[in-house]
Ligand binder design. Structure first.
Ligand SMILES: CC(C)(COP(=O)(O)OP(=O)(O)OC[C@H]1O[C@@H](n2cnc3c(N)ncnc32)[C@H](O)[C@@H]1OP(=O)(O)O)[C@@H](O)C(=O)NCCC(=O)NCCS
Length: 145
């Protein structure tokens, strides 16, 4: 079923709703680190980023953060409010995010998915992503980041 949802770029005024939504969706926003208000403000000011929100009226019900490093586009923080799932909202968010990155010449898109995240894997697979099991190496300069 298609519902009347508008997708637009996120703004700093959406910050509190965004944090609430990420928490509700189990995505553990790093509000003292890379998802602090200050950090998100800087990310939103970065022209290449495509941080989108899906809204029903004024209510934020979905997010996706698109970034790129000049080589690849990265689809991060894909989240849809539990009451709005299975209505192809994630699909729409990812496709729009890809479009914004494609406009900048990006032709490869990637996402990191936890091994047991069946829903996310299904969304990306359905959008034509190949799924490759991989090890993820990460180093943090300090634990809160
Ligand atoms: C993953 C998530 C964003 C999907 O959002 P969504 O809007 O419900 O997904 P969509 O409706 O666009 O799903 C598109 C297709 O993916 C597949 N899919 C989605 N959720 C699924 C599930 N729980 N189980 C199996 N397949 C699923 C289906 O094929 C679906 O199409 P269909 O409903 O016509 O069968 C949502 O479940 C979520 O927010 N999860 C918690 C946060 C999270 O894990 N984010 C991803 C981090 S990598």
């Amino acid at each position: 079923m298609t519902i009347a949802i508008r997708i637009r770029r996120l703004r700093l005024a959406d910050y509190d709703a965004m944090v609430r939504l990420l928490r509700l969706c189990g995505l553990n926003p790093r509000t003292k680190g890379r998802e602090s208000r200050t950090s998100i403000a800087a990310q939103l000011r970065t022209p290449r980023n495509r941080y989108l929100g899906a809204f029903e009226g004024a209510r934020l019900v979905g997010t996706v953060f698109g970034t790129h490093d000049g080589r690849k586009g990265w689809i991060n923080r894909l989240a849809v409010h539990p009451d709005y799932r299975r209505r192809h909202l994630a699909r729409r968010l990812v496709r729009l995010c890809e479009r914004g990155l494609r406009e900048q010449g990006i032709q490869v898109f990637a996402a990191l998915i936890e091994p047991d995240n069946v829903a996310s894997e299904a969304v990306f697979r359905g959008l034509g992503y190949e799924i490759d099991p991989m090890l993820y190496a990460r180093r943090k300069i300090h634990p809160g980041v």
